[in-house]
Structure formats: structure tokens, C-alpha cells
Write a protein that binds this ligand. Structure first.
Ligand SMILES: [Zn+2]
Length: 334
């Protein structure tokens, strides 16, 4: 193992490569750093258990996740040209001794959630967090500080009631929710499964439900989905391919348009990472599909639906039963 950098450079993300031929990979790594990134201090290592000083140095190099991705993409094409068919693995170290391996030759796959001010790596998901994008809810519209002593032990799933695609979809949702009223959410998942994070999952309380008991303890997910129109032909074009299913909610027979598979995969990856990080049990509240008592909701830890806590004259069916059933199946709860 060689030393990497001898001084901290400031920044947030660290990425390094170790191919099966470690020595050759390190040469490549240092050359790309030097030629494409103008690094003035070079060296490389493949630390599986970096000590604290090394971690800081590794974390120091890239100013943002975008810069790290950009580097990896360049390194990847460089690798293809230079070392044909050499198996290599990119490794991301998130400061929590979590390693994410990327065995295929494609773009870096994974992203960072902001949880209590920390960056937490989530493999398999593209995440645009508010620190990197500047896109966030601003107090007092949609977001408020969590009350002192609040413990985050729930995730609430919603559907937006509209179809929203890509970065434009995220921008529109944030703008509409912020402009309209005190409405917010922590997480937004667009039709392709990409994730936008609009608030810190722990420090911020967002107004995704009015139910106080849930709101103080919950992380709100809004997933792009028009839900369903009375006439199936009325489905917006961006939602036309959604599978439909029927359910019984609040004793009503209801029809729903399901999350797209890419959206459900992001729900699974995020819920798994959040539950692991915040030590929330991987439980899913499901049937009976009706509003639960304050006592039940206060005691419940895990993932539930908006429909479990929507009070008032107009109980919600949001987001249907499908996403909760699918998550439970993925977690092996059936
Ligand atoms: Zn909802």
C-alpha cells in the first residue's frame, strides 16, 4: 500500500479504484488524477479499513459527488482504452465503513442522503440531495425544525397525484408545493426512479401529513404517480404504462395505478438504507387498510402509508396498497 495524499484538500466524497491487478490500477488512478484533475499530490491505496487520518484524506479530494462521478467516468473510459478487459471495481467509502462495490463498467451507481447533517451512501440509487442541488423546502413553507426530543422512527409513503418526470418534475413539484401552501416532503421519486431529497431526514420535519403524532416522527416520501382517474382512459401519458390493481381501503373498493418498478426499487433501497442508519425496524404497516389510532401510530416503527394516518372527513387512499405490499415482500415479511 502506498500513501495517497499528504494534505487534506477539503470536500465531501471519496472514490478510489482497485482492480484485480492492484499495482496497474493504482498507476492508472494516479495518472487520471494528475492529468485530468491536476492533482499536485499523488499516490494511491486500496484501504479496506482506512484509519481516521486516511479517511479524512480520502474524503478530502472531491468537492462534490458530481466531481467524484465525473472523475469515475473519465477513469472508466481511460481504463477501457488502456487496460483492455481488466476487471476492476470502484469502491466508495462513506465514512461509516460501508463499502459499495461496482463491478460493471458503467457509471457510478449510488448516491448520498443527508441524514442529520451526514452524508450516507445508498447503493443502487441516483440521489440528488439538497446540499448538492440547492433544491430544498424553506421554512416556514413545508419544513420546520423537528421538535426537541423527537425520534424519527417512521417512513410515510405517498403518491403525488400527478406524473412527474426527471429534474423538471422535481423542480415543478418543489415549486408547486412551496408556493401553494405549507406542504412538503423529504424525498421525491420521479417516474424513472431518480431521487430528490428536499430536506434533512432527521433535522427537518416536513408537512407531508397533518397528523401531528406521525409528522414529528416521520420521513415523508412523495412518489410520482397520478394514482388513478375514474376513467382509465384519462390516465396521463406519463402514467399510462402503470399496472392497475384494486384494493379495499376504509371499506371502499378502490382502484390504483402502481409505482413503476424503478420507483419501487428506489423505495426499497432508500427504506433499507434509512432503517439501517437510524436503527428503525424493517416493518411495514398494512392491513387493515384504515386510519389507525394515535396509540397505534405512536408505537409503530417502520414504513406505513399516508392512508393509515389521514384524518378528517375525507380519509385518503394514498398511495394505495401496492407499494407497501411490494416492500414487505422484498423484506421477506410475507
Ligand atoms: Zn399522501
Amino acid at each position: 500500500m502506498r500513501r495517497l495524499l499528504d494534505k487534506p484538500l477539503g470536500g465531501v466524497a471519496a472514490v478510489f479504484i482497485y482492480p484485480s491487478n492492484v499495482e496497474e490500477g493504482l498507476e492508472l488512478f494516479t495518472r487520471v488524477l494528475a492529468e485530468d484533475y491536476g492533482a499536485d499530490l499523488l499516490g494511491a491505496g486500496h484501504w479496506l479499513e482506512p484509519d481516521e487520518a486516511q479517511t479524512e484524506l480520502l474524503f478530502g479530494y472531491f468537492k462534490s459527488v458530481e466531481a467524484a462521478k465525473d472523475f469515475l467516468e473519465k477513469a472508466d473510459s481511460e481504463a477501457r482504452q488502456t487496460i483492455k478487459n481488466m476487471p476492476h471495481v470502484y469502491t466508495i467509502y462513506d465514512g461509516d465503513k460501508t463499502m459499495a462495490h461496482r463491478p460493471e463498467h458503467s457509471t457510478l451507481h449510488g448516491g448520498y442522503l443527508i441524514i442529520n447533517g451526514e452524508r450516507v451512501f445508498v447503493p443502487g440509487v441516483t440521489i440528488h440531495n439538497f446540499v448538492d442541488t440547492g433544491m430544498r423546502f424553506i421554512q416556514p413553507r413545508g419544513v420546520h425544525p423537528r421538535p426537541a426530543g423527537a425520534v424519527v422512527d417512521k417512513i410515510t409513503l405517498h403518491s403525488t397525484g400527478s406524473e412527474r418526470v426527471g429534474a423538471k418534475g422535481a423542480k415543478d413539484l418543489l415549486r408547486n408545493m412551496s408556493a401553494r401552501r405549507d406542504a412538503g416532503c423529504h424525498i421525491f421519486i420521479e417516474n424513472g426512479g431518480e431521487v430528490w431529497q428536499f430536506a434533512d431526514l432527521v433535522r427537518d420535519m416536513t408537512t407531508h401529513v397533518s397528523h401531528r403524532v406521525v409528522k414529528v416522527a416521520s420521513i415523508g416520501f412523495e412518489v410520482s404517480n397520478y394514482q388513478w382517474k375514474k376513467n382509465h382512459d384519462d390516465a396521463p401519458s406519463a402514467g399510462r404504462d402503470r399496472p392497475k390493481y384494486e384494493a379495499t381501503i376504509h371499506k371502499w373498493r378502490t382502484t390504483h395505478a402502481d409505482y413503476y418498478p424503478a420507483q419501487q426499487a428506489s423505495v426499497l433501497a432508500l427504506c433499507t438504507a434509512i432503517c439501517d442508519h437510524l436503527v428503525i425496524p424493517k416493518q411495514v404497516l398494512r392491513a387493515p387498510w384504515r386510519v389507525r389510532s394515535n396509540k397505534t401510530l405512536r408505537a409503530f416503527k417502520g414504513v406505513h402509508a399516508h392512508l393509515h394516518c389521514a384524518l378528517g372527513e375525507n380519509p385518503k387512499t394514498c398511495p394505495g396498497t401496492g407499494p407497501l405490499d411490494a416492500l414487505a415482500a422484498s423484506w421477506g415479511l410475507d
